[in-house]
Write a protein that binds this ligand. Structure first.
Ligand code: ADP
Ligand code: MG
Length: 339
């Protein structure tokens, strides 16, 4: 349902570049509830905004690795969409719940929810005033706010405001829900109730959902938990996803035992596992000496000339043209041989 590849985002603060996301790869299955844990400032909001088309990934950084960024949401590739295309996609496909609610203070509760269904060209209730009103009332009933329809946000508690925001996120029946610290501004008892409401509604509608948070209680409700650490997505136990690990291995200079990884490697592999050899024209990724400090983004500078591909001791038998599975296989082979 969501598929992110090679996502980089660097902010420019004056002359300083602040790399926040450094090659995120992430898949979220249809109907899955994924929680992304990360400390404050780890890039959770940035990542969620990219998933929802509120922001765009870097192009330059990604292409330095030779891999284009890709964000697919419900079959739509967001990278390269026009602003109008992104806005339309968002209004049809994505519901957002933010930590600070972002309700319009001049509008009533009911108006705040209905407004989200009036987006030009998007959503099932565009042009259907009665339908959107009924839908908004139904949702506000579901979140327990029948008695607050004509109040303004300032007259509501934090928990009530977030319930309004949940109704607003759901009004267009989006297949994807994205929540940014949805209980982060609430006390724990109120937060737990709001989360219950949100997850119950989401279950009814079977949405795919991503919650970013630093809250362990929220993570406990997830189908799956990953962590955002140093700009990369790591698995539940702190390990990198396979694809991310492969990319890290392919990008970083790794000290290898020269005696064990050499040109003979293919002869030792099990027959049932096909090995994809580097082609004569492709470059192997050369393992650098352990005392070499090399920028990971300049991995291509480590590449030896093609003729050395299968002959140099200490060369991990990888090719830049190989896919993740092939690279992973080669890495596993190399690891087995150094045991
Ligand atoms: P989180 O949601 O995990 O707390 P964010 O994604 O909000 O993290 O921010 C990650 C880092 O990027 C922080 O150091 C933050 O200061 C910085 N950052 C976020 N947005 C911007 C921006 N628009 N301009 C500059 N720096 C930003
Ligand atoms: Mg944040």
């Amino acid at each position: 349902m969501l598929r992110l590849r090679n996502i980089h985002k660097t902010y420019q603060l004056g002359r300083t570049s602040v790399p926040v996301l450094r090659g995120v790869d992430l898949d979220v299955a249809r109907g899955e509830l994924l929680v992304i844990l990360g400390s404050s400032g780890s890039g959770k909001s940035t990542l969620l905004h990219l998933m929802g088309g509120l922001d765009r990934p870097d192009k330059a950084q990604a292409s330095a690795n030779g891999l284009a960024p890709s964000i697919e949401v419900d079959g739509v590739q967001l990278v390269g969409l026009s602003q109008r295309g992104l806005d339309l996609h968002r209004s049809r496909t994505v519901g957002f719940v933010f930590q600070f609610y972002h309700l319009l203070p001049e509008l009533t509760v009911l108006e705040n929810v209905m407004l989200a269904a009036m987006v030009d060209g998007g959503g099932p209730f565009a042009g259907d005033a009665q339908g959107r009103r009924e839908r908004a009332m139904t949702l506000l009933h579901s979140v327990g706010l029948d008695h607050r329809l004509h109040h303004r946000p300032v007259e509501l508690s934090g928990g009530e405001r977030q319930r309004v925001a949940i109704a607003r996120a759901l009004i267009n029946k989006p297949p994807v829900l994205l929540a940014d610290e949805p209980t982060g501004n609430l006390d724990s008892a109120t937060g737990a109730k709001v989360l219950d409401t949100l997850l119950a509604l989401r279950r009814d509608h079977r949405q795919t959902m991503v919650i970013v948070t630093h809250d362990a209680a929220t993570a406990a409700r997830a189908d799956r938990v990953v962590r955002l650490v140093d700009g990369c997505v790591m698995g539940e136990m702190g390990e990198m996803s396979e694809v991310a690990a492969v990319r890290a291995v392919a990008a970083l200079p790794i000290p290898l035992d020269h005696d064990h990884v050499d040109a003979e490697a293919p002869a030792h592999r099990p027959m049932h596992e096909p090995m994809h050899e580097p082609t004569q024209s492709s470059h192997a990724l050369q393992a650098a000496p352990s005392d070499t400090t090399t920028d990971a983004t300049n991995a291509t500078e480590l590449l030896p000339p093609p003729a050395e591909t299968t002959r140099t001791n200490g060369t991990l038998p990888l090719s830049a043209s190989q896919g993740p599975e092939q690279i992973l296989h080669a890495v596993r082979q190399a690891l087995q041989r150094t045991d």
